[in-house]
Unconditional design. Structure first.
Length: 474
């Protein structure tokens, strides 16, 4: 939009700018110059993220009956990460630019020049492909073409929790994925809730990875939140349940409001040795199709490893058949930050609208509004209460409306600046309804309700307002 000579701002830049400007996402430690790969969620961001998590929990736990919730601790015995294979194998291929010493992921540099380096490849294989394509590969920082050899870099983040020696030889790891907490609590859930197969365990929580290059805003960060569900089945039924889970995850994303045309399945070609099948749901982010959620059939690898590592049998006893076996696991795993970015990208729009009326009552000139057409259930603020001016007689009507509505809905009271500017602000945070109290309200005991999407305005009696909005927000 705008002057043809003006450079079009890429969508991603617009979303990042809105996220900062409107209090959704802040760079970490900003006043200290920032801290790479970590982001903070501001007043609007925490509401949106909480709504996303609440909807996931509703679908994955409350609406099921066969899936139990869990909140395992971030810190766990380091033996868990040895048994799971993370200490030995949870790594990404790293190269360093010899000119500016920037470290990059070798597979990402290859991807940038159109060459696919699969995450399951050995370091020798990646080095070979990297060498073959050296002429095309450039350092993303300085453009240099001289790189070190590709090395594997372990992503686990270490801490000295419980290690009081000065050497730090016994690190406790910050969890690299939340599902390990599920595997090691499988027996506890089995022994306390006594479920029959198939059943699942779900949890949301923080995970940490020493990502070599954290990039694309909140898409890939070093601290992030995951929502994971592990479903335990008999060996015979895992692929049938896998197909059902794939469908369930896909429809959950549609229920969350994501557009079907921005989602697609991607099958992993090169499976890890224990996996039976692996698909990702990809989202069309402003920077291209990328993984949003993984839905994987993992066989009995995880329970086998933790049974061996702990020395505790994790067998399931089928009373009817009088047999013991290790259940198979199918998993769904999605990052809150990635889903948050997908929701923002899907909702963001720029629309040409009529500007606010001028003081002499004539119609305003055309302008562009940025608006988040968020699903109502996800919007951080559902209703904004906007007295036309700061005059006391208006706040005497508007404040009691705010006090009533805020008990039922997330509301915001705003009396600063012109009403046009306040509408634009609410559009930018995706508020579905604005309630305007004007001087007529003093006489007719009614207010104007403006719909974010249609921008249509309706006069509603103040006494009927809670019921009117409740119906609209359902
Ligand atoms: N338990 C399986 C697992 O953790 P993953 O593919 O490594 O598998 C699952 O991660 C999901 O977690 C991804 O699809 C993505 O949504 C999210 N995720 C992974 N790494 C991330 C990172 N560094 N930053 C943000 N989200 C991430």
């Amino acid at each position: 939009m705008g002057n043809a000579n003006e450079k079009e701002v890429p969508l991603m830049e617009k979303i990042v700018s809105l996220a900062k400007r409107r209090g959704f996402v802040f760079a970490s430690s900003e006043i200290y110059g920032g801290f790479a790969g970590v982001y903070d969620y501001g007043p609007m961001g925490v509401e949106l993220a909480n709504n996303i998590k609440a909807q996931w929990w509703q679908r994955m736990v409350r609406e099921r009956g066969d899936i139990f919730g869990l909140d395992s601790a971030i810190f766990m015995s380091p033996r868990i990460w040895e048994a799971s294979g993370h200490v030995a194998n949870f790594s990404d291929p790293l190269v360093e630019c010899r000119t500016c010493h920037t470290r990059s992921r070798a597979d990402h540099l290859l991807e940038d020049v159109g060459v696919l380096a699969d995450e399951k490849m050995s370091v020798e294989e990646i080095n070979k492909i990297f060498d073959e394509n050296k002429a095309k590969i450039k350092c993303p920082k300085c453009g240099g073409k001289d790189f070190t050899e590709v090395k594997l870099f372990n992503l686990l983040v270490k801490s000295n929790l419980g290690d009081f020696s000065s050497e730090g030889n016994n690190p406790a790891y910050l969890r690299g994925e939340t599902c390990q907490g599920i595997y090691v609590n499988y027996k506890n859930v089995l022994d306390t809730m006594h479920p029959k197969l198939p059943f699942g365990i779900a949890q949301t929580g923080k995970a940490f990875r020493n990502e070599i290059t954290a990039r694309q805003f909140i898409f890939r960060t070093r601290e992030f939140e995951q929502m994971e569900m592990q479903y335990f089945t008999t060996p015979a039924e895992d692929m049938k349940e896998y197909e059902k889970l794939k469908e369930y995850c896909w429809s959950s994303l549609l229920d969350l409001g994501l557009k079907a045309e921005n989602l697609r399945w991607h099958q992993h070609e090169n499976l890890v040795f224990y996996a039976k099948e692996a698909y990702d749901i990809e989202y069309k982010f402003p920077f291209g199709w990328k993984e949003l959620e993984g839905v994987h059939a993992r066989g009995n690898y995880d329970l086998t490893q933790h049974s061996k590592g702990s020395g505790v049998s994790l067998d399931y006893f089928d009373q009817e058949k009088n047999e013991k076996f290790l259940p198979h696991i199918i998993e769904s795993s999605v990052g809150v930050g990635r889903l948050f970015l997908a929701v923002l990208s899907d909702a963001y729009a720029e629309e040409e609208v009529e500007g606010p009326s001028t003081a002499d009552g004539s119609v305003g000139v055309k302008e562009v509004r940025a608006v988040l057409h968020l699903p109502k259930a996800l919007a951080p603020i559902k209703i904004a209460i906007l007295p036309l001016s700061k005059k006391e007689e208006l706040s005497a009507v508007a404040v009691p409306i705010f006090d009533t509505l805020k008990k039922q809905f997330a509301c915001q009271y705003d009396e600063t600046q012109s009403i046009g500017k306040r509408y634009r602000r609410q559009d930018e945070i995706g508020t579905p309804f604005c309630v305007t109290v004007d001087f007529d309200s003093l006489n007719d005991k009614a207010v104007t309700v403006r719909d974010r999407d249609t921008m249509k305005q309706e006069r509603v009696a103040i006494v009927e307002l809670p019921a009117y909005l409740k119906e609209k927000l359902q």
